[in-house]
Write a new protein. Structure first.
Length: 420
């Protein structure tokens, strides 16, 4: 090596190895998980965690559903090799997804027009769907409700899409901004992708009526839009069949529609990562083509869905007795949350006369959008140990008969203080 290059080499490398990634920005972390960590560090004796979307029973525990436990005992008693599942997932799992989401008597399923795969939870279904759509319609934009689950923008943005927002929530009424929403949808170009929640909207808990869904469907057809439905809480709003109304109405109307579903909440199998992605197509031939493309996306991301979770979900949904038991278990969750909402409403009516708490009983599902101000949220955390995320979204299952009194006392304190 000549003296010049030897000197340059020593100057560049003599003080340690390359620092290859120091130019990258620091990941800010997920704000919900960060607030959850702060909750656990708080020493308040009556603290309440209303941040994360997990279902808790009235004792404050995440339940293991008896139907799920029954299948897991069978798997232990009759062990099988943990082989790779096919790229599209376990066949009986996929057929069960179709029955739950589209109905046992679905015509589009019977005609072979639905391509369905097992996915890594609902998030995995959204990711596979986003990558698939980016290949099929690379120039489309994705329209997401305002407000939205933050990860929706991250998932579709990560797939290379430009994401935009359509009006959804009206802060003045704590309800649906339907006219503004429809005005926006009517102005979208053909093949724009519209992300919609069939039930239990996250984060607001505000849902469309059946009549409003009819108007949305008409606009989707008229404008040639691509609906992508995210149904993560089926069964936790009005009922397992009722909550799937929008999915089934769109399929019956002949729309091409993508549906991401999750079993995390309604089977309480969060860590097993059990979801599904279904694409309703115009023909069985098109559905076969789409299924092949979905498998290609899966192959380049994670290759194969989880064995254990797939067999657990399949075992519950394909056993008539366990399936019926599961429906009763989900109904019990739904009833508990509705009763909690009513209890909050009743107590606030007494403790905060004049305060309109009707949104607690108008909104449905696991979340309520409170409209609380930032300073009120800080006061709830600091004075009362009540943790709600910065948007004001309340995770309803964190409330129960043991802590709802403290919660309504805390709200009465901070809201009353603001009113004074």
């Amino acid at each position: 090596m000549c003296p010049y290059w030897r000197l340059l080499f020593r100057a560049r490398f003599s003080y340690g190895p390359f620092i290859m990634f120091e130019h990258l920005p620091q990941y800010a972390g997920d704000p919900i998980f960060g607030l959850n960590d702060a909750f656990h560090q708080n020493a308040h004796p009556q603290k309440i965690n209303l941040t994360i979307g997990l279902y808790y029973d009235d004792a404050g525990r995440i339940p293991v559903l008896p139907s799920v436990a029954a299948v897991e005992r069978r798997l232990v008693d009759d062990p099988s090799p943990r082989v790779y599942l096919p790229m599209e997932g376990l066949a009986p799992y996929r057929s069960a997804v179709q029955k739950v989401v589209f109905g046992a008597d679905s015509q589009v399923v019977a005609q072979g027009k639905v391509a369905t795969i097992q996915t890594l939870g609902g998030t995995g279904a959204l990711k596979v769907g986003a990558d698939f759509l980016k290949t099929a319609y690379p120039d489309s934009e994705v329209w997401i409700s305002d407000p939205a689950w933050d990860n929706h923008h991250a998932i579709f943005g990560g797939a290379g899409f430009q994401t935009r927002s359509y009006p959804y929530y009206d802060p003045a009424t704590k309800g649906l901004a339907f006219d503004a929403m429809m005005s926006c949808l009517r102005g979208l170009p053909s093949r724009a992708i519209v992300l919609l929640h069939p039930c239990c909207h996250n984060p607001t808990g505000v849902d469309l009526s059946r009549e409003q869904w009819g108007e949305v469907i008409a606009v989707l057809q008229e404008r040639g839009l691509i609906p992508f439905l995210d149904i993560a809480y089926q069964g936790m709003g009005d009922g397992m069949e009722e909550d799937a109304y929008a999915v089934r109405a769109m399929a019956q109307a002949g729309l091409t529609v993508l549906v991401a579903n999750s079993f995390s909440k309604n089977l309480s199998v969060y860590g097993e990562r059990c979801g599904g992605l279904s694409v309703v197509c115009g023909s069985s031939t098109e559905a076969d083509l789409v299924l092949g493309q979905l498998k290609a996306v899966v192959r380049r991301i994670y290759s194969s869905a989880p064995w254990h979770g797939g067999h657990v979900v399949s075992g519950v949904l394909n056993d008539a007795a366990l399936h019926g038991q599961w429906l009763e278990e989900v109904a019990a969750m739904r009833v508990r949350m509705a009763q909690t909402r009513t209890l909050v409403h009743e107590q606030l009516s007494v403790k905060l006369p004049g305060y309109d708490a009707d949104y607690f009983i108008r909104q449905r599902g696991m979340f309520t959008y409170s409209g609380l101000l930032h300073e009120q949220l800080l006061a709830l955390r600091e004075r009362h140990g009540v943790y709600i995320i910065d948007s004001g979204r309340i995770a309803v299952p964190g409330l129960n008969t043991h802590n709802v009194g403290h919660f309504t006392d805390a709200l009465a304190d901070v809201i009353g203080e603001s009113a004074r």
